[in-house]
Design a binder for this molecule. Structure first.
Ligand SMILES: [Zn+2]
Length: 494
């Protein structure tokens, strides 16, 4: 191959189905045909996707490689950052089984201009309406128009980004309204803050300093911890910019430098990025439970419902309210509100006793569930890889910052690692969430409850996890009766 010729990276897709098995076109054969097609067109296959529909011949089954293919096409690159500009496949009917799949595939391929497609007969223009209007796949033509418009909008936005022309509405803090020249005073604050982050100062103390000095946002608001972090983490500070969450880079992976005046150097910004990225952990509250918007001060407020039948049949069903009653044991009462307040006023019960009974019932229920659910107490398997990768990334960053390696070497490598680290972090968050979910209903719930580890909001969340409501049936007859648990009817969640 001529070294000067530009490489057009495409992927090959093969699918084994009952049909392909019958006509003797195995996976290797399909990829071979695709390879020959690509070679004829001077395209280079950079990845092979293969799905096996024989092992899972059910309709509606997910084909992992098809999904990965769609994702890569939409992004325009493989998970490791390698660009992808098109697809080669033996024949259309090998690509998709359902009309919906074809839709998604075309959407992903034509997401940006200039993508390529070919089957064994040669290249085909998936941007043209002819392909779709053939009616093979039941696609409505007007979708074509919609896509074209969306593409145009995206292209102009992206083109501006690639030219380093600022886009968007308001001026960023630190720059003049033209978004190019610096606002000297604000820029000085940004530079100072940025260098303080690198020096290890906490965001909190930087924030306090800004507030004390009366620094305001462009909307004349006081800075908050979140807005400050975003301002200091913005790649614009060093002349770079992000588009769809990723740095805008040239074909070699080197970030494109904008036309505006920078506040700090790329090396400084990369240091800040490393610091803030490292802090991104699983974003889960300790305890993991969802707390009520406004936590009432009694355990079962809103959970207990009045079970007194009304005159015309159905029960009252009003949520009982807690009222302090120093004369009662426990000191409070759950009560149906008066008619004016939406209840019937006919039910009232000792608060402490109901709390105790319902707590016991809920704990027993949660323990029973925990016994049935296998406890997933696995360690997250990616820890070692993440640690290794982050260390490697830091080393690489340092080498680049000390000018030991070039931009050309640093950026593609770093981008690859970044993609993987992002993937690992997302996986870790998922894992932690699953663990917490499982922990909520494990056998130690009673211990956590009785040893005071749970606050009222967490207890209420657990109760809601176990049941929808508890109906409080009327006692009947007059006077005070002994507490009768049979008159409490839990409505369990299953
Ligand atoms: Zn009532």
């Amino acid at each position: 191959m001529n070294e000067a010729a530009p490489v057009i990276p495409v992927v090959s897709y093969a699918r084994i189905s009952a049909d392909t098995a019958r006509d003797g076109h195995g996976v290797e054969d399909q990829h071979k045909v695709n390879g020959a097609t690509a070679a004829r067109l001077s395209w280079t296959i950079v990845h092979h996707y293969t799905d096996n529909d024989l092992s899972a011949a059910k309709a509606g089954v997910v084909r992992p490689d098809f999904e990965a293919l769609v994702k890569a096409l939409k992004a325009g690159h493989l998970p490791d950052g390698q660009p992808v500009r098109g697809v080669v496949v033996v024949a259309d009917d090998r690509l998709t089984r359902r009309a919906g799949d074809y839709e998604r595939f075309v959407d992903a391929l034509t997401y940006e201009e200039g993508r390529l497609y070919a089957d064994a007969k040669g290249p085909k223009n998936l941007y043209s309406e002819d392909v779709e209007s053939m009616g093979l796949f039941g696609v409505v033509i007007s979708k074509m128009e919609v896509r074209k418009m969306q593409r145009r909008a995206r292209r102009s936005h992206r083109a501006r980004a690639e030219l380093g022309i600022p886009v968007g509405g308001k001026r960023p803090f630190g720059w003049q309204p033209d978004k190019l020249a610096l606002n000297p005073e604000e820029a000085a604050w940004l530079a100072k803050g940025a260098r303080e982050v690198i020096a290890g100062k906490s965001l909190h103390s930087i924030l306090r300093e800004w507030r004390e000095a009366g620094v305001r946002t462009i909307n004349d608001k006081e800075w908050a911890s979140r807005s400050l972090k975003l301002a200091l983490w913005n790649p614009r500070l060093c002349g770079w910019r992000k588009h769809n969450g990723e740095l805008v880079r040239d074909a070699n992976g080197v970030p494109i430098v904008g036309r505006w005046e920078p506040v700090i150097t790329p090396k400084e910004w990369m240091a800040i990025d490393a610091i803030f990225s490292a802090r991104v952990g699983p974003n889960v509250k300790s305890g993991g439970s969802v707390t009520d918007y406004r936590t009432p001060s009694y355990l079962l407020t809103g959970i207990l419902r009045c079970g007194k039948p009304s005159a015309d049949g159905p029960i009252c069903n009003a949520p009982l309210r807690a009222t302090a009653r120093p004369d009662l044991s426990g000191g409070y009462l759950y009560q149906c509100p008066s008619k004016e307040m939406g209840g019937c006023g006919g039910t009232g019960r000792n608060g402490a006793k109901i709390d105790e009974f319902v707590t016991e019932a809920v704990l027993a229920k949660l323990e029973e569930r925990a016994a049935r659910t296998k406890h997933a107490d696995d360690e997250w398997v990616g820890e070692e890889e993440l640690a290794r990768l982050t260390k490697k990334q830091r080393k690489l960053l340092q080498a680049w910052q000390e000018d030991q390696i070039s931009d050309e070497l640093f950026f593609p490598q770093n981008q690859k690692m970044e993609a993987r680290v992002k993937e690992l972090r997302a996986d870790r968050t998922r894992h932690v969430l699953n663990q917490q979910r499982a922990a909520e209903v494990t056998g130690d719930v009673r211990e956590r409850w009785t040893s005071g580890q749970l606050d009222l909001a967490q207890k209420r969340a657990l109760i809601r996890e176990a049941l929808h409501a508890v109906i409080v049936l009327p006692v009947g007859g007059g006077g005070r009766r002994p507490f009768n648990p049979d008159l409490l009817v839990p409505n369990w969640r299953e």
